[in-house]
Design a protein around this ligand. Structure first.
Ligand SMILES: [Fe+2]
Ligand SMILES: [Fe+2]
Length: 151
């Protein structure tokens, strides 16, 4: 039995992943400076992963006889990940990325619980895999945050 809650969370996670792709891409372009190079490279890599997450979530929705949302249903959430006014403010982007990753982690934890309640092990397995990717992203950016906060 697929629960409405599972579909709702899959659709929410899909939209969040797409918003993440947009903001990582924008910040990877906007940031300036020698110190930004490593962050930009890491964002570029994560863009591909987050896009892959969106695709997997969308395919799972289809398997559940649902569909991912289009842009008309989209509500932006990532205030802290907007490109900074000062294009050398790398720490602002790092903090925004950490907020986005924490948000994704919370959503995948909710999805794991909802999928378990709905006896939907396939969605649960997907949510566990994506949770593990987001925790790895968080670890990487926590490392960047440490370095930037020290300076
Ligand atoms: Fe993701
Ligand atoms: Fe991520």
């Amino acid at each position: 039995m697929s629960s409405e809650r599972v579909v709702e969370l899959l659709r929410e996670a899909y939209a969040d992943e797409i918003e993440t792709v947009m903001n990582y891409q924008t910040n990877a372009i906007v940031l300036d400076g020698v110190r930004a190079e490593e962050i930009k490279e890491s964002l570029q890599q994560d863009i591909q992963e987050e896009l892959g997450h969106a695709e997997q979530l969308g395919q799972r929705l289809k398997q559940l006889d649902a569909r991912p949302p289009g842009s008309a249903e989209f509500t932006a959430k990532q205030d802290s990940l907007q490109p900074p006014a000062d294009s050398t403010d790398v720490l602002s982007v790092i903090n925004g990325v950490l907020d986005a990753e924490e948000g994704a982690i919370a959503t995948y934890r909710s999805l794991i619980d909802a999928a378990e309640d709905a006896d939907d092990p396939v969605t649960e397995d997907l949510a566990v895999t994506l949770l593990s990717d987001e925790e790895a992203h968080r670890t990487e950016f926590r490392g960047f945050q440490k370095e930037y906060q020290r300076d």
